[in-house]
Write a protein that binds this ligand. Structure first.
Ligand SMILES: *Cc1c(COP(=O)(O)O)cnc(C)c1O
Length: 456
């Protein structure tokens, strides 16, 4: 068995995995022969199939893909891409020990939130802040700490569900609060909030309806008004902002999104938001607000269960610091760089690539460059879109519907070493190039596309 090829596999993958693969493959061969399906294979053939099997087993399950879906902050594709500086910060504190919970000034035990709190206060105008694993956790913890066994008043128009089973009414129950719905789906008035307040009320809450828009005959109460109703009754006003922009997006030519600082200024006592949506950082849930309420939140035992790790804190600190200089943010923060890419740039890139793709596919595939629209994603600004450009692939000599053909083509693209994820729409496979930053890597792997399945 000691053929040179097999020893090379041992060198590459280690003895135990190769032994396992050899056993598995020989077993498979024996069974096939016993069932009369095949003749005994040559040794070289067996070793080759072991090599393929090992290669497959050693490929990481979680790995990079090309996001050509047109949705920039795609939850299923990992949301915001991190800047190199944040990756460096993660590596620096992960390689060895760090002062995660150690106060270098006093030599005593410290608090992991201190690395972020001053920056967050500066950026949001809030007195204090803390951070947990994601925004769903931030909402859960806030409710559990601020309004246990109390009623929390929320407008019926804001009882949202966010992808992946985050439903406001369920989170309330899990946090030990009672949801007190007021108003109607399309209209809620100041009086609705006022009339609902009683001795059992623990807080008033507003949830940013980030993944849909209610249009037509609508009315809602702006945050400053809800805040003053809450404060007149001596109650805290909580806002789940979701996307959580820290700077005004207007100057970048993007649709307006309320900032955390706006919300704090409007009178919110606590604001919760995600780290990996418009903030462009790692997955995290940020909680900013009044000092006494943040202290209460930090003392709740759930905080310990929901805390985030040093890698997240390192990346978040880096990304927050970048926000201190909004003038350079679009060139330094990858999420914002992608969101602000000009359609002309994207179209020029599409024209550059279309020729190569056309040559690769041959006559069976119709390749064209077309205008399209990207979405910000993560439920942020759902009705606003960004003009973009795409490479559009269609079956040449189309039959009635090319659904099966398109699915096979999409599958072939997903089977590339760095899978390419597009979207199928109106009888075409659309590759929105807004998020294609590594054009060279994209082109280099195209010849590996296995077209037999789809494009023949
Ligand atoms: C996205 C979002 C959440 C959930 O945040 P995660 O960081 O995904 O846990 C909660 N509330 C609102 C309003 C959101 O937009």
């Amino acid at each position: 068995m000691k053929t040179p090829v097999l020893s090379a596999l041992v060198e590459q993958h280690g003895r135990a995995p190769v032994t396992d693969a050899v056993r598995w493959e020989l077993d498979r061969q024996r069974r096939a022969i016993a069932q009369g399906k095949v003749e005994a294979a040559a040794e070289a053939e067996i070793v080759a199939s072991i090599a393929v099997q090992l290669e497959r087993a050693m490929t990481p399950s979680l790995r990079p893909v090309f996001n050509l879906t047109g949705t920039v902050l795609h939850t299923n594709l990992g949301r915001a891409p991190l800047p190199q500086e944040a990756l460096d910060a993660i590596a620096a504190v992960s390689r060895g020990a760090s002062n995660l919970e150690f106060d270098l000034a006093t030599g005593k035990r410290g608090d992991r939130d201190t690395h972020l709190e001053i920056l967050l206060a500066q950026l949001t105008g809030a007195e204090a802040a803390t951070v947990v694993n994601n925004n769903a956790a931030a909402v859960l913890l806030t409710l559990a700490a601020i309004a246990p066994r109390k009623e929390v008043i929320v407008s019926r128009g804001e009882l949202i569900e966010i992808g992946g089973a985050f439903r406001m009414p369920d989170i309330m129950t899990r946090a030990g609060c009672r949801l007190r719905e007021v108003g109607t789906t399309n209209r809620t008035h100041e009086k609705d909030y006022r009339d609902a307040i009683n001795a059992r009320t623990g807080a008033l809450m507003s949830v940013h309806t980030s993944n849909y828009a209610v249009q037509g005959f609508t009315a809602s109460v702006d945050e400053a008004r809800i805040a003053s109703i809450a404060h007149a009754a001596g109650l805290p006003f909580l806002v789940d902002l979701g996307a959580g922009a820290l700077v005004d997006f207007g100057p970048y030519g993007l649709p307006h999104e309320p900032t955390v600082a706006d919300t704090v200024a409007a009178g919110a006592d606590i604001v919760t938001f995600s780290g990996d949506k418009l903030l462009g950082g790692p997955q995290a849930g940020l909680i900013a607000g009044r000092r006494d309420l943040i202290d209460k939140i930090k003392r709740n035992p759930l905080k310990r269960a929901l805390r985030c790790d040093k890698m997240t804190i390192a990346a978040l600190e880096c990304v927050l610091r970048m926000h201190l200089d909004p003038g350079r943010l679009a060139s330094r923060l990858p999420a914002l760089t992608l969101l602000t890419r000009k359609q002309g740039d994207i179209a020029a890139q599409a024209h550059r690539l279309a020729g190569a793709m056309s040559a690769l596919f041959g006559a069976s595939v119709e390749v064209s460059v077309e205008d399209c629209v990207s979405q910000i994603g993560s439920g942020s600004l759902p009705v606003e879109t960004l003009p973009s450009a795409a490479i559009v692939l269609r079956q040449a000599q189309r039959k009635k519907s090319s659904g099966a053909w398109l699915n096979a083509l999409a599958k072939a693209l997903r089977e590339l070493p760095v899978p390419v994820i597009g979207r199928i729409e109106r009888d075409a496979l659309i590759l929105d190039l807004r998020c294609l930053t590594d054009e060279q890597a994209f082109c280099a792997q195209l010849p590996k596309l296995s077209l037999e399945a789809g494009a023949s």
